[in-house]
Design a binder for this molecule. Structure first.
Ligand code: ZN
Length: 146
């Protein structure tokens, strides 16, 4: 189990060091910001949604390793998904962090399973996801985890 934990930690550190899909999206048609005042994490997500499919996604922001790595892994997980699949993934991810739900469908997102032991970090890990939800619902005010 500790080897698995080391591997998980390595993936999180890697995505924090070299975030994927970091920046802005030129053809974005959905955007939202998120803020986690407890930790100081800020994230801005940009998406390009074509029909019901997310065909482009990027993020910017600054925050702790968990929030940055989570946003990075989230963009990889959501690119090419339908809006409905994105909602299901978010629910699955949220369950993983809160009740320890089934990680089978989550792929790499399972690396955050350990966050469940640190409840204050759950907001760091879900911040970017909340921002994406807001963007998909086209709320144009910033979201807060508070
Ligand atoms: Zn944080």
């Amino acid at each position: 189990m500790s080897n698995l934990r080391d591997l998980y930690q390595e993936v999180i550190l890697d995505h924090n060091r070299v975030p994927r899909n970091f920046g802005t999206l030129e053809n974005a048609n959905r955007e939202a910001e998120g803020h986690n005042p407890l930790c100081g994490d800020r994230v801005r997500v940009s998406l390009h949604v074509e029909g019901d499919r997310i065909d482009g996604i990027a993020f910017q922001g600054s925050g702790c390793a968990i929030s940055t790595a989570s946003a990075s892994l989230m963009t990889e997980a959501l690119k090419g998904r339908t809006v409905e699949e994105a909602r299901r993934l978010f629910h699955g991810f949220h369950d993983l962090l809160t009740t320890g739900g089934n990680a089978d469908e989550l792929g790499k997102l399972a690396v955050f399973a350990g966050v469940r032991e640190y409840p204050i970090r759950i907001k760091c890990a879900t911040l970017a996801w909340h921002a994406v939800q807001a963007a998909l619902e086209q709320k144009d005010h910033p979201v807060s985890t508070e």
